[in-house]
Design a protein around this ligand. Structure first.
Ligand SMILES: Cc1cc2nc3c(=O)[nH]c(=O)nc-3n(C[C@H](O)[C@H](O)[C@H](O)COP(=O)(O)O)c2cc1C
Length: 200
């Protein structure tokens, strides 16, 4: 399968980068074709310019490339820390510019954008890995777990991805080396289970 992996964390030494490493290792072990973007390392420009908003806009080559890849992906994996209940701005900008009309969703004929869009993504499964310094119970009770709603409903649900899975690791700041090793083993196991070995 063709799997798109998107990482958003500025620090190469971060646990998020370690998660990305485990994800790539698991996908390679199961012989998937992987397209990997480390958005900070690539200095992805997250600012959506006015002229890119129209559905038929002419896109810069780098954005057109991202759009082609995400449209062709059989599976999508997103990795980022919880920053204010949101993804880092660089990833929000990637969503703004890449998860665009005509690529990831469309409005039906006669609908000028006021109706319920039709999802276009070919990927059936999206997997999101997050890290956090809040307990899972507090994240849900006090903040309403905004990352779950954002990725599951606002983005992947809207774009037609029916199988959504997410794992939030925490609390990272007080985690031991041993705990992080266990988490990375869990990442590999989750990825291998969801994206089983293929001969394609
Ligand atoms: C700008 C910023 C905002 C953050 N906001 C939150 C937050 O809202 N909730 C939370 O639990 N942690 C928050 N954190 C902590 C990060 O989630 C935490 O440092 C990260 O998940 C740890 O993983 P890492 O080692 O890969 O950075 C924030 C960190 C930064 C730098």
């Amino acid at each position: 399968m063709k799997i798109s992996v998107i990482l958003a964390h500025p620090n190469q030494e971060s646990f998020n980068h370690a998660i990305a490493g485990a994800v790539l290792q698991a996908l390679a072990a199961n012989r998937h074709q992987v397209i990997f973007h480390d958005l900070y390392a690539e200095q992805f420009d997250p600012i959506l310019p006015a002229e890119e908003i129209a559905r038929d806009a002419e896109l810069p080559a780098v954005i057109a490339g991202h759009c082609r890849e995400i449209a062709e992906a059989d599976g999508i994996i997103i990795i980022h820390p919880n920053w204010w209940g949101q993804p880092p701005a660089i990833l929000k900008g990637w969503v703004d510019r890449v998860i665009r009309p005509g690529v990831a969703y469309e409005f039906l004929e006669g609908d000028s954008g006021e109706g319920v869009p039709n999802g276009l993504l070919k990927a059936q499964t999206a997997l999101v890995f997050n890290t956090s310094n809040t307990t899972a119970a507090r994240e849900v009770a006090i903040f309403g777990d905004p990352l779950e709603a954002l990725w599951k409903n606002c983005i992947f649900g809207l774009c037609g991805v029916t199988d959504f899975q997410r794992r939030m690791f925490g609390i990272v700041v007080v985690s031991t080396e041993q705990q992080r090793k266990k988490w990375l083993a869990e990442v590999e196991e989750i990825v291998k289970n969801i994206f089983a070995a293929t001969d394609e």
